[in-house]
Design a protein around this ligand. Structure first.
Ligand SMILES: [Zn+2]
Length: 281
């Protein structure tokens, strides 16, 4: 039992490496695809025909070195191994490749292995692998661009309700539905109170949708622990950035990555454990 469980987890880990490689593409390209969409929509608003643009999506064009334009060959795109074999440099111009690429692959592999190890032989493991992949992509896209794209948050929300219905999450369907509604409305209310009180925007609508998705995956009871945990992570990271002068212009730090961190904590340890950590349980 333990051996086959380990083999399954290892296979899931390898599969996760491949998905992680795909996530790197999503994280890099999805915001650019959305931006191109907006630009072309805006071009259409004044009645002019949007000009023809080169296709740009998750499949096309091939990945290139951003420095020299060298097209990345398939054998240069094997998760982790290629990075190690190329010693972290472009084979054509020797420009260093970001350490983030292999890290995303490695983390995705570990997350998938963990899910399958914890839920051996269950479809639920697959559902939580999907949850992990979506959450990792969202965290990094938000960190880079302060956007949480609907293309990921909304499917994550629907998937959470479906997973609840199929019994994958151990959350009753009505608890998940109430969780989704409460998740959205609670942050929406905080957003408007904060905006009316200070005239500033502390969050974006993407945060509400991500929190709604957490309500669907974990049930409404988990919402308070998750938002507390996200705030704790946010304060710690915010202070660390401040002391290292790592804050970007305007001092704005997106909330999504901290929500995602809290979501992973809830997945690993359960929402109850979070309450104990923050001293309320
Ligand atoms: Zn290059």
């Amino acid at each position: 039992m333990l051996v086959s469980q380990g083999v399954d987890a290892a296979l899931a880990g390898v599969f996760g490496l491949l998905i992680g490689s795909f996530l790197n593409v999503v994280i890099y390209r999805l915001p650019k695809m959305l931006e191109r969409q907006w630009v072309s929509d805006c071009a259409g608003l004044d009645g002019s025909e949007p000009g023809a643009v080169e296709p740009f999506n998750l499949m096309v064009p091939h990945s290139r070195c951003q420095q020299c334009g060298h097209v990345i060959r398939w054998y240069e795109n094997v998760p982790l191994l290629s990075y190690l074999m190329l010693r972290g440099r472009c084979s054509a111009c020797s420009t260093p490749i970001g350490l983030r690429y292999p890290l995303v692959e490695l983390v995705t592999g570990l997350l998938f292995a963990w899910c399958v190890w914890r839920m051996p032989g269950q479809w639920a493991a697959l559902a939580w692998c999907g949850f992990s992949a979506a959450l990792l992509a969202l965290a990094l896209i938000d960190w880079d661009t302060t956007l949480l794209p609907d293309d990921i948050t909304l499917p994550l929300l629907w998937a959470g309700l479906l997973a609840s219905m199929l019994g994958f999450t151990g959350v009753a369907l009505n608890t998940a539905v109430v969780g989704a509604v409460a998740g959205y409305l609670s942050l929406w209310s905080v957003y408007w109170l904060f905006k009316l009180a200070t005239g500033k925007e502390g969050m974006g609508y993407g945060d509400f949708k991500l929190f709604a998705a957490f309500g669907a995956w974990f049930g409404w009871q988990a919402l308070v622990p998750i938002v507390l945990m996200a705030s704790v992570i946010g304060v710690v990271v915010g202070l660390a950035l401040k002391f290292n002068n790592g804050l970007r212009e305007g001092g704005y730090v997106p909330f999504g990555p901290f929500l995602a961190g809290a979501g992973f904590t809830a997945m690993f340890f359960g929402a109850d454990a979070i309450l104990r950590v923050v001293g309320l349980g």
